[in-house]
Design a protein around this ligand. Structure first.
Ligand code: ATP
Ligand code: MG
Length: 657
């Protein structure tokens, strides 16, 4: 019997219904980078495993010790020295690969650029020289607020090259959010663009920088890339065009070595559960982790593959799997500036076809959007180049997983559902393609070299078939080195729930085979009449109904049951607009959940709504829905995609019996 005090304790049966298994195709397995035995090998000597991964990088000075661990502070590859940008660019050019394409870049209006490793090296060197001419020195932080451009990558690598930690702020964020981050990490230089293209129109960035800097007096220089040609306000002495300053710099730059633990960047978390945290990553361990996971999880063959992480560089996914991991491995990537429905809903499939993308990595929210739009948008596009698909960001609903497999992967591509966090730096729990038989919706097993467990309240490992808290029980190379400027919050957030382990904040369950399924945030677990039910499982059940596109479930306080389940649902057809069809559907959905999970999981209310509140990285923000459902004032909304959505949902809720 499941333990009632832990997430997923009651409704485990629902996900355990999932019986579908997909064995790795034999041909894939035969050529895979990860071969059976890798788990045992890593388990036998974890530190040696990571050391071998680090040996794939170019070090100016070898480390003395693999790990120094003084809980909760880790140092990896102690005494080692390297330059991250040399590892991502120069060493490939030196190896004769200068003509290999680093990025097939495509702008939203349809303009394209091909950036080879030799091009990238020149761009990075020029940008590094330019930053130095602006007085940026090792240890100074630089804020980057840019659209998805090759210059964005060059700016990040230029910072890395001179030892100046960057903080990339997603271009969709407001002036206020930008100012908060600039102040928090005390950036003195900002790199931006006049604007970028979103949804078919130029959208300004420089105005937000101008506004943000009114409350950031320490910023002395703003370097501006011209992208859209929009008119911009100009502050002489502070603002300087990229094409004036960077493009007249020498195309070579002597890179210095930095300590393995030199800060590489600060990335703010998505803000799904709370106010964003400034997560610090350093150099040697991080680069080791992201390059190794990129090679093993995505089975990268740099001579052949065209890799596409369809995420924004402003998220950790972009940092680790558009920039640092792929470039360290000498990969050819696709980079796309805009939205998936501009000019039409088949834009991604055109891109896959045009560049013969072999590996696609994206988020469940996007897959559900494509499901909502319908598979007709994929038809007529040749997607046969694809050989592997990845998912990240949220638990993927089994139905979305199946759709991805069928309509994008043509039933032939393995899917890797990769669990990780801004804090972990890189992938932690995921199938290994070619080895793992996958299950729709399961992240499966910790990667070689990673130690994770699912434990109960007391920190006891749960048995198979049981749910609990996901913890990481050993340090790993890509782990955060702290929360910027707030060591107390670092201890409190991650290291206080269990004394010796990193607490991820996520609930998880082990199935009968011992494989791991993520159940969403621990904060999102509901307590209905003493039964612990995970929001993820109720959402999976709802999304399994053919009429449902997306679902967000929260527990709202209830006088009789303690908490009651409230579900917010977007539907595929017309039911949303037709009140009588809507009422019928709601009844049907309540019964559907009761049938899939049990009567206890029947939602008290189901609200049909055209949109769900999401973070700008596309994750559902349940904490705001909880605030709405309990008629509370909303918490931090700075990372919310569209603030009007919550008001609209509040009104819908008021009208729903
Ligand atoms: P904040 O910490 O500010 O609330 P956040 O947790 O959304 O924001 P991220 O670091 O971007 O910020 O997201 C990490 C979280 O995303 C994980 O803790 C987990 O809840 C979820 N997640 C990521 N990948 C997966 C996955 N494959 N399966 C399930 N959940 C995932
Ligand atoms: Mg988090």
């Amino acid at each position: 019997m499941a333990d009632e005090t832990v997430p997923g304790g009651e409704s485990l049966a629902a996900l355990l219904h999932e019986q579908r298994r997909f064995e790795p195709p034999a041909a894939f397995a035969a050529q895979a980078n990860a071969q059976p035995g890798i788990y045992e090998e890593a388990a036998a000597d974890r530190l040696r495993f990571w050391e071998q991964q680090a040996e794939r990088l170019e070090w100016g000075q070898r480390w003395e010790r693999v790990l120094d661990w003084e809980l909760p502070f880790a140092k990896w590859f102690v005494g080692g020295k390297l330059n991250v940008s040399v590892n991502c660019v120069d060493r490939h050019v030196a190896a004769g690969l200068g003509e290999r394409v680093a990025f097939h870049w495509e702008g939203e209006p349809g303009d394209t650029r091909t950036i080879t490793y030799a091009d990238l090296q020149r761009m990075v060197c020029q940008a590094a020289n330019a930053l130095e001419s602006l007085g940026v020195r090792a240890g100074d932080t630089v804020a980057i607020y840019m659209p998805m451009l090759p210059e964005t990558v060059a700016a990040m690598l230029a910072c890395a090259r001179i030892g100046a930690p960057h903080t990339v702020v997603f271009g969709g964020f407001s002036a206020e959010a930008l100012a908060g981050r600039i102040q928090d990490c005390d950036a003195r230089v900002v790199i931006t663009a006049d604007g970028g293209y979103r949804r078919g129109a130029p959208s300004g960035l420089k105005p937000a920088v101008d506004e943000a800097l009114q409350s950031c007096p320490n910023v002395r220089s703003v370097l501006v890339v011209r992208r859209t040609g929009q008119d911009v306000a100009w502050q002489e002495g502070r603002d300087v065009w990229w094409h004036d300053l960077v493009e007249r710099q020498p195309t070579t730059h002597e890179a210095q070595l930095f300590d393995a633990e030199h800060p590489l960047y600060i990335m703010y978390t998505s803000g799904t559960t709370a106010k964003p945290k400034g997560i610090l990553h350093t150099s040697g361990g991080y680069l080791t982790h992201v390059s190794a996971t990129h090679r093993l999880v995505f089975d990268i063959k740099p001579e052949q593959d065209v890799f596409w992480t369809a995420a924004d560089i402003g998220w950790v996914t972009g940092h680790s799997y558009i920039v640092y991991g792929p470039l360290a491995n000498g990969t050819t990537s696709v980079m796309y500036e805009g939205t998936p429905d501009t000019p039409a809903r088949d834009r991604w499939w055109q891109i896959v076809e045009r560049y013969k993308v072999t590996i696609l990595y994206t988020a469940p929210t996007t897959i559900r959007t494509f499901m909502k739009w319908g598979e007709q948008h994929l038809e007529g596009h040749d997607l046969s180049s694809l050989r592997l698909l990845g998912s990240v960001g949220e638990p993927i609903n089994p139905e979305a997983w199946m759709w991805y497999r069928r309509h994008v992967g043509g039933e032939r591509c393995p899917i890797v559902d990769t669990w990780w966090q801004t804090e972990t730096g890189g992938i932690m729990i995921s199938p290994l393609p070619g080895i793992t038989a996958t299950k729709p919706g399961a992240a499966m097993r910790p990667l070689p070299g990673i130690s994770a467990d699912v434990v109960d309240d007391q920190g006891r490992s749960v048995g198979n078939g049981q749910g609990g808290y996901l913890v990481l029980t050993e340090p790993w190379p890509g782990m955060l080195r702290g929360i910027w400027g707030d060591p107390e919050r670092y201890r409190q957030t991650y290291w206080s729930r269990f004394p010796n382990w990193y607490f991820a904040g996520d609930g998880a369950k082990r199935d009968e085979d011992g494989d791991i399924w993520l159940l969403g945030r621990v904060d999102d677990v509901m307590n209905v009449s003493g039964h612990r039910i995970s929001t993820t499982e109720v959402e999976h059940a709802l999304v399994g109904h053919p009429a449902v596109a997306e679902a967000a479930v929260v527990g709202a306080s209830d006088p009789t049951t303690g908490q009651a389940i409230v579900a917010f649902v977007t539907v595929k057809g017309e039911a949303a607009d037709d009140p009588s069809a809507g009422a019928v559907l709601v009844g049907e959905l309540r019964n559907h959940v009761a049938k899939e999970i049990g009567p206890i999981a029947k939602p008290r209310q189901i609200i049909l709504t055209p949109e769900l509140p999401k973070t700008r990285s596309g994750k559902i923000m349940r904490r705001l829905l909880r605030d709405v459902a309990e008629h509370r004032e909303l918490g931090d909304v700075t990372t919310l995609m569209d603030p009007t959505v919550v008001n609209m949902i509040g009104e819908k809720l008021a009208q729903t019996p």
